[in-house]
Design a binder for this molecule. Structure first.
Ligand code: SAM
Ligand code: SF4
Length: 329
């Protein structure tokens, strides 16, 4: 079992397999001028499989595949099959925008994918277009339907953005009335590639404000017990099939039990979403370091882990401003 310098067990890897995306969510990516990474800069599938094997031997048992949009990477499905065969990995989850996902859902079911996080910030097609700058709402909705039809647990991720989708909060809550989904509202973070900071917004939607609004309309809403490493505060509204979660991603209230590691598409190893990377595992692999040497590096990185996202961000030269596609959310 991997334990960090603050006594937190680490068993969860979030692996971003690409920096490319077929949407341009304004809170995540600039509309234009994006320089995608040349393929040789990305971790290859072989390197990713090797890394996950190493981490599994160290105690990691859960992997989330993210990006960019993971289903844009060529041959992602054979990669997922290989990942599912790694000894010790017993949970594979995926975060996707759902644009290309619907036809792949039957295979994801065969793969026994544990759950899918589907990003969806509005149920209104026009507002979806304004937020993502692409007219793909129908495809995303088909993915939601396909996931439900195949009984794959779904969490719908909704970033709450002042002046953009405030009016969608309650309709997203209503999605959980008839559907077995967990609708999770996420505080907007500054990972937008544009240097915009939430604290500069006059009207920031903090997790408390989101909960207060929902409670004002659904006074019977009650708290569900949260799993120890949960990043969301979870709630149930009586007679709803699904439930509601709120993630204090910018307020960073969940760092005390953080069990996550991150690896970016270029192999940057991160021990906190808000740090700027500890080392580049791709480079070490290409310099022919052995598995044992890489294990030592990982072990050392975890003995110097920031206590929370504020400390991690303060240690950087610059505050965070990079696009989430370069990290994996
Ligand atoms: N493309 C996939 C998707 O959208 O689900 C996976 C990658 S995306 C970077 C992962 C998650 O990060 C999404 O749920 C997205 O909403 C979230 N995200 C991206 N930028 C964010 C930001 N600035 N603040 C909060 N969440 C953000
Ligand atoms: Fe693409 Fe996901 Fe970022 Fe939207 S949030 S631009 S879908 S990577």
């Amino acid at each position: 079992m991997l334990i960090d310098n603050h006594g937190r067990p680490i068993n969860y890897l979030r692996l971003a397999v690409t920096d490319r995306c077929n949407l341009r969510c304004f809170y995540c990516m600039p509309q234009e001028g994006i320089q995608y990474l040349p393929k040789p800069h990305l971790l290859s599938y072989e390197e990713m499989i090797r890394l996950v094997n190493i981490l599994a031997e160290m105690g990691v048992n859960k992997v989330r595949i993210t990006g960019g949009e993971p289903f844009l990477r060529k041959d992602i499905m054979p990669f997922l099959w290989k990942l599912s065969e790694i000894n010790g990995i017993n949970q594979i989850s995926i975060t996707t925008n759902g644009v290309l996902t619907a036809p792949l859902v039957p295979e994801l079911k065969k793969l026994r994918v544990h759950s899918v996080n589907l990003s969806l910030d509005s149920l209104d097609r026009q507002r979806f277009f304004e937020i993502t700058r692409r007219d793909e709402f129908r495809q995303v909705w088909q993915t939601l339907e396909a996931l439900q039809a195949h009984d794959i647990p779904v969490k719908v991720n909704t970033v709450v953005m002042s002046g953009k989708n405030d009016e969608d909060i309650l309709s997203m809550v209503e999605l959980a009335r008839k559907q077995r989904v967990s609708v999770r509202f996420i505080e907007e973070m500054p990972f937008n590639g544009a240097g915009l900071r939430p604290e500069q917004l006059q009207d920031f939607w903090s997790y408390k404000r989101i909960i207060d609004l929902i409670r004002s309309v659904y006074p019977d809403m009650y708290k569900l017990p949260d799993e120890p490493t949960s990043t969301s505060y979870n709630y149930q509204i009586p007679n709803f099939k699904g439930n509601i979660g709120v993630i204090a991603a910018f307020s960073r209230t969940f760092c005390g039990t953080c069990n996550r590691l991150r690896v970016t598409p270029t192999g940057v190893f991160k021990t906190c979403l808000y740090d700027d990377g500890v080392f580049n595992v791709r480079d070490f692999m290409r310099q022919k370091l052995s598995d044992e040497q890489i294990k030592l590096l990982i072990h050392d990185a975890l003995q110097n882990r920031a206590k929370d996202g504020f400390e991690a961000e303060n240690k950087r030269k610059n505050l965070v401003s990079e696009s989430m596609t370069t990290i994996g959310g």
